[in-house]
Write a protein that binds this ligand. Structure first.
Ligand SMILES: NC(=O)c1ccc[n+]([C@@H]2O[C@H](COP(=O)([O-])OP(=O)(O)OC[C@H]3O[C@@H](n4cnc5c(N)ncnc54)[C@H](OP(=O)(O)O)[C@@H]3O)[C@@H](O)[C@H]2O)c1
Length: 265
């Protein structure tokens, strides 16, 4: 799909991967509807980028907000070609001590939010034979300790993408499921966290595997242009987990759980 003159509704546009995507999509000539809860940051981005952009304040976990975002997109642009479900939040913590209120908000954002946005957008995507892009995570392919609930929410995004792809095939709508590895954004800072769990501390060790948001945005845009069905960055996670899951268990124990236990014992 060529993005020039297409209309894209992008959630989670106020930071990280979403802001980088917005910048690239504007360069490609797309009209943009940017959605997030922080309208101040969205408005700053809109001013900075110029062009055909609207900013919509809203929580994807709230069905009415999702419907309003679609409505405002249509009233401004009269069409919708691409929905990008990028808004997301993590929960860092053990299953033993999981705070179920934070867990609930995370699931509402990462899973219900995706469904709300899809339901609101489908009537218009059917008219344009458009595309839905779900931003999942490699964490959904092999859960990491202390990120079990988040990984589970992304497994669900993977499942929704696979089912949806076939459900909307007859309408000519494409579905791209995009699974990035760790990306250098404020994601860890913005996450719900169990007290004492700090993934930021180990960031230096992981830096070699961490991607810049601009690079990830480029991969997503190329995926849209080539109408890919799925992109899993760091695909090696899957065969390694298939062939030697026990080795991964021990590595994760050594580097993540041992320091965690040391802190609590
Ligand atoms: N960074 C990583 O390492 C990484 C790795 C794999 C996958 N991902 C996925 O990539 C996506 C983007 O993450 P990021 O790294 O760019 O994180 P980020 O910097 O924390 O940005 C998250 C975006 O989502 C928005 N958001 C959060 N909750 C929302 C809600 N309820 N309703 C509407 N917007 C909401 C935030 O804006 P407001 O706070 O203004 O609402 C923000 O714009 C997420 O789906 C994440 O799971 C990230």
């Amino acid at each position: 799909m060529k993005l020039n003159d297409k209309v894209v509704l992008l959630t989670g546009a106020s930071g990280g991967i979403g802001s980088a995507l917005a910048r690239l999509l504007v360069k490609k000539g797309a009209g943009l509807a940017l959605m997030a809860r922080d309208i101040r940051r969205l408005s700053e981005l809109r001013e900075d980028l110029g062009g055909a952009i609207i900013a919509v304040a809203g929580d994807v976990g709230d069905k009415r907000d999702a419907e309003r975002a679609v409505k405002e997109t249509i009233s401004r642009f009269r069409r919708l070609d691409v929905l990008i479900n990028n808004a997301g939040v993590a929960y860092y913590g053990s299953i033993e001590r999981m705070d179920m209120k934070s867990f609930g908000v995370m699931m509402k954002t990462n899973v219900e939010g995706v469904i709300h946005m899809i339901q609101g957008s489908l009537p218009f995507l059917k008219k344009t034979k458009g595309m839905i892009v779900n931003i999942s995570s490699v964490a959904g392919r092999r859960a990491i300790p202390l990120l079990g609930a988040y990984a589970g929410s992304k497994c669900m995004v993977d499942a929704l993408s696979d089912a949806l792809r076939v459900e909307v095939m007859g309408y000519g709508i494409k579905v791209l499921n995009f699974c990035p590895p760790e990306v250098d954004t404020r994601f860890a800072k913005n996450a719900f966290k169990e007290s004492g769990v700090d993934f930021e501390k180990q960031k230096n060790i992981r830096r070699i595997m961490t991607l810049r948001p601009e690079k990830v945005a480029g991969m997503i845009v190329r995926g849209i242009e080539k109408e890919k069905r799925e992109i899993v960055v760091m695909k090696s996670v899957q065969p390694v987990n298939y062939l030697m899951p026990g080795v991964l268990d021990r590595l994760f124990y050594q580097f993540i759980m041992k320091p965690y236990h040391d802190r609590y014992s």
